[in-house]
Design a protein around this ligand. Sequence first.
Ligand code: PEP
Ligand code: MG
Length: 589
Amino acid sequence: MQILQGIAVSPGLAIGEALVLDNEGFRIPRRFVNHDAADIELDRWAKSLKAVADQIAENRDQIASELGDEYGAIFAAHLQMLRDPKLNREIQALIKDHQHSAEYAVSKTLKDYAKVFQSLDNRFLAERANDLFDLEKRLLGDLLGQARQELANQKDPAIVLAHNLTPSETARLDPETILGFATEVGGQSDHTAIVAEALEIPAIVGIGGLLTSIVSGDRVIVDGDQGVLIHQPDEETYQRYQNRVRERAELAQELIPLVEQPSETEDGERVKLSANIEFPEEVKSCCDRGADGVGLYRTEFLFLGRDEDPSEEDHYRAYIAVAQALYPRPVVIRTLDLGADKLGREESQQSGERNPFLGVRSIRLSLRNLSLFRTQLRAVLRASALGNMRVMFPMITTLQELRQAKLVLHEVMEDLEEQGIPFDRDLQIGIMVEVPSAVMLLDRFLPEVSFVSIGTNDLTQYALAVDRGNKDVAELYRASDPAVLRLIKMTIDSALARDVPVNLCGQMCGNPLFSMLLIGLGLRSMSVRPSALLEIKQIVRHLNVTDCEEVAENVMAMEGPREIERYLSEELRRRVPEAIARRHHWVQD
Ligand code: PEP
Ligand code: MG
């Protein structure tokens, strides 16, 4: 049994067989396949050989017809190398006799050949090494593509282990068959984590060295509560986890009656509980769990898996579906937060910004792509005629940005008016408070907005200078850091003083550890992933405001995040023992 610690990003437990994905551009694990799997690997190699040879032959013919035979000859040479029987024999031997994966066998053989060419004192032959690298890249691309495609067609339940999964790849995982996943890189609130939560797939990220020892077919356990991956569990551990899976299912059942209960503290203080969603399909889960509305709709996920930008109708259909299902409850549409690690348009992905989190992301991108922005705003406004919509601008840093965004919105309103298209003239406009500058200038922003929503995922990274997706600084990424807590407190105080509704939609809100603190700081509106709605409601119903205020006062006097989390954990245990008795992931040992 091997226990690997990572970062827990999506709660839940999964027990099953590993499905290991290799990684383009990173590292090809020297994966030993089981003896009976060698045939599968040989078959994969044969298929790749054929596919790549066909591809090169096609390139040769096309280039020859467009530019002439001498250019086509470049590809003819590649084809000749690829079809060299010696190369084939060596790769087959590595798979058959040494149980290597097809990827590893290809990579090793071609790299060895290239080394020989490079070592010869002949410039012409040294350059041939590049042809071999090119072949290697093509073959690996095909083999890795096969592995990813297999994932989409996966029929048997499995746990995916990969170096990395992008948010788009994660979104394509089918929760029916992919029981859980773990990756070598990633951080607590990057967007892969957010998609995993949306799909309710238990997940762990940031387990460096994960792929060195695990092969497809091994039994693994993903403990998304504690961030632990267990490889080849012993019988006792296996049984213990089977029991925990059962207990979890029972607990989920116990929470169901809370759907009908109001979200209010013991002393009758109402705490609005809305949901964060990425996909319109999640609205069902919001309704089933009695959400007070959608507090954050991450609309950039509409770009997922598309080659073209979504049309106005694509936007409209998604928004109207959510708004009508929840009506009259409000739906806060956050305008596109593309860029950085978010999915997105070719140009934002390929621009190669040095610091994309500090670059053309979010509202900055929308304001530079006005037709994209207007298309979205038209759809939101049209949907506002039928649903209770609100619009929220992300990553607002300066007053000028807010004013520009509002100006564009008003221009779109005028267009609609001219065209006689109905919309809600009193549409509420809000901003995310997720950049420290917005906190510092909040008194200037507040008169110009109807509501604010604190985005602690970004506020934490921008306040502490820690990339939210980087496992190497994950220890520093803590919403419980006193600096972040002061920013949250300043925002709440400022908004309350001016009677502007304030919500918090960062992931800390879905963690019961912080419920007491946030209520104690005066927060009365929270937005969490749908799967956390009932759990948080249960906690809220066990709290009273006076206790929470005392807890908040104590926390604000503390010095460091560890001390704060330990204290909050003890207080939760002490004040809500019924909920805690069941040991959740957020209880610290
Ligand atoms: C946040 O930053 O806290 C937030 C809710 O937005 P996102 O996670 O989509 O950046
Ligand atoms: Mg954000």
